[in-house]
Write a protein that binds this ligand. Structure first.
Ligand code: CP
Length: 313
């Protein structure tokens, strides 16, 4: 092991926008090494804090598994009501306190920008585990790793994003990350959940192909390499009537995959509600459960990078 500083990352993992192509490729290379050998004592003596102000299954448990398998101890909370937040303690004070105890802080928060704010009030590395509808950069690393594993490359991939593209932080982060690899995007969403202007402008600025449609049909499925399904997220709507309008807008069924390309894989950050029928699970095109497993290796790579721990070749 030796200490190193990597490219753009300032020992915080806040947004995909902070990463360059080399950062991404080297993290993916490390993820592959962790997949080959997930149990290493690289973090002996370290403490990892996981502060989850919003519910989570995969992100929290995979970060905690990542830390445990590398020999670190884990502290934190999965429910802010069990912390002094419920007594009125501010996020600033919470971060300052936890910084006294932990070597790295993994934080999910419902407010956009909360992770960046936390990184400005502590020298302890902050890993953004999702901030509102903004970013979910560690999910992006496992998404990229999954695309790379299933397609053999990240270059020139045709990727179709379906569902809640307005509030979906995973698709926002993925659009930015894929921009280094000449993707072709198809955005499928109802008008109410259209990909935000900021990300469409990002595609234009980076000369990335994208098109948009509301229909989710077999023609759209048959042309693509990656079908990235997303959940319509009830918790992001301020008007419940709007959620009711779009909650069941799309559902992928196994019969719809009959004429898909052989390399097509269905990804989903999960949890799903009803946008992927259960009969898809047994299809060789379904990859969402393996995708979640890849999160363990990607997050091992991220934690080590934040602590400047370099893997042996
Ligand atoms: N993909 C994802 O963020 O899942 P969780 O909400 O369960 O962490």
């Amino acid at each position: 092991m030796c200490a190193v500083i990597f490219n753009n990352m300032q020992n915080n993992f806040i947004s995909v926008a902070d990463l360059n192509k080399d950062d991404i490729l080297s993290l993916l290379a490390d993820a592959a090494k962790f997949e080959a050998n997930p149990n290493q004592r690289l973090l002996e003596g370290k403490v990892v804090a996981t502060l989850f102000f919003e519910p989570s299954t995969r992100t929290r448990l995979s970060f905690e598994t990542a830390a445990n398998r590398l020999g670190a101890r884990v502290i934190g909370f999965s429910d802010p009501n069990s912390s002094s937040t419920s007594k009125g303690e501010t996020l600033k004070d919470t971060i300052k306190m936890v910084s006294n105890y932990a070597d790295v802080i993994v934080m999910r928060h419902f407010l956009e920008g909360a992770a960046r704010y936390a990184s400005e009030i502590t020298d302890v590395p902050i890993i953004n585990a999702g901030d509102g509808a903004n970013q979910h950069p560690s999910q992006t690393m496992l998404d990229l790793y999954s695309i790379w594993k299933t397609q053999g490359t990240l270059d020139n991939i045709d990727i179709t994003m379906v569902g809640d593209l307005k509030y979906g932080r995973t698709v926002h982060s993925l659009v930015q990350a894929m921009s280094f690899f000449n993707p072709k995007f198809h955005f499928i969403a109802p008008d109410l959940l259209r990909m935000p202007n900021g990300y469409r402008d990002f595609c234009k600025r980076h000369d990335l192909y994208f098109d948009e449609q509301e229909d989710f049909n077999e023609e759209a499925i048959n042309r693509t390499d990656i079908l990235y399904m997303t959940r319509v997220q009830r918790e992001r709507f301020s008007d419940p009537r709007e959620y009711e309008q779009v909650k069941n807008v799309y559902c992928l069924r196994r019969s719809m995959l009959e004429h898909a390309k052989s390399n097509l894989r269905v990804l989903h950050p999960l949890p799903r509600v009803n946008e992927i029928a259960y009969d898809v699970d047994d299809s060789d095109k379904a990859y969402y459960f393996q995708q979640a497993q890849n999160g363990l290796y990607a997050r091992q790579a991220i934690i080590c990078r934040m602590l400047n721990i370099k893997l042996e070749q």
